[in-house]
Write a protein that binds this ligand. Sequence first.
Ligand code: HAM
Length: 419
Amino acid sequence: MAQPTFSTHSGMVDILPDETPKWQKLEQIIHQVARDFNFEEIRTPIMEQTELIARGVGELTDIVSKEMFAFERGDDHYVLRPECTAPVVRAFVEHHLDQRGGTQNLYYIGPMFRAERPQKGRQRQFHQFGAEIIGADDPIADVDMIAFMMTIYDRVGITNTTLKINSVGDPESRKAYKKALKDYFRPKLSELSEISQQRFETNPMRILDSKEEEDQQFLGDAPVITNFLTEETAGHYAKVKEHLDNLGIAYKEDPHLVRGLDYYTRTAFELISPDLGAQDALGGGGRYDLLVEEVGGQPTPAVGFAAGMERLLIACEELDIELAEPKSVDIYIVTIGDNARSWALKHFSQLRKAGISATMDYIGRSVKAQMKDADRENAKYSIIVGDNELQEEKFTLRNMKESEEQSLSFDAILAKLGT
Ligand code: HAM
């Protein structure tokens, strides 16, 4: 085959028609779970002001410092959104959503953009579903957020997962912890990887997240944040665990779980799958009690999660979970001659109104080729329409699987196949 003139950018992927049914099915499950949890959908633009993302996610994070798709137009600085929490919080503040009363229980589905090195489970344009509860401080909200995330995997049929949780503390706990971490790593600094040496100054907690080989020997004995939590934060974390226990949601405490975004306070969690390989995080989230204020709103506690849809679908493949049925159409109208073609076009609307999906040949193929096409389309039924059938107003309805035929009027076909 000739080399195509154009192709997608590296790490940006076409979702082709053979794959869209499973995406649609997954989206359907997400919408249904959101309804069950009483969450409302929010849709924000793909582009945001650079400053919002830099401030929200954190200047020193990999996402902001290395992975942004950023550009300028006149005086405006834009980025393709790398995540949706900062945009949702921006929308919450901009549109005074707090005035609707209660907590804002919001969810979203859509593409995100990070200029990472592409590999399996890691793309530059990828899709997330996520949810946020803005305005609740109670550990109940943290746990219902985790339950929301887990319910989606449960309904899809992915149950072989590990939920990791941690508390990353509030600013006060973190100040004491960062000092202890620096005291611990300082004597080992020259032996740490280059990236960890940089993080020692900028964000020592991220050293714990290091995948570099030379760092591993030092991570096990590093001080853990849970020993530095203030009483209030420790109490919040204890309640989160208690509610998880009560719900029977299994979890593993991981005091090194820090997450790659700077806005987290207190609860942090991640859902890991052994079926994913190197990029094993299905989803993650936590509390971000300071973010609303950071982007210009009133102090408002909040908690949420987001999960990668490509990774969920990779896990489905590994586990042989068929999310969607193979494509099919209810009826294929095989036409002989121009009158029949006009008749089919005219009668489509009645079929489709009755909930019967219908198609025909658009390019004037022979009857034999049309029957073959009906098979390729996985049609449940076909009818052959020619001048004789039109005159007699009787059509042969063929059940394609069972190879049974029945002679019926068009109204009888409607009645038989309609919902
Ligand atoms: P995150 O951990 O950066 O959190 O992303 C959530 C999930 O998105 C990851 O666990 C992964 O499944 C997927 N993901 C991230 N980057 C990629 C990529 N390059 N390719 C494919 N999938 C990817 C957030 O984005 C936070 N906004 C979550 C949150 C919501 N926290 C509070 N509320």
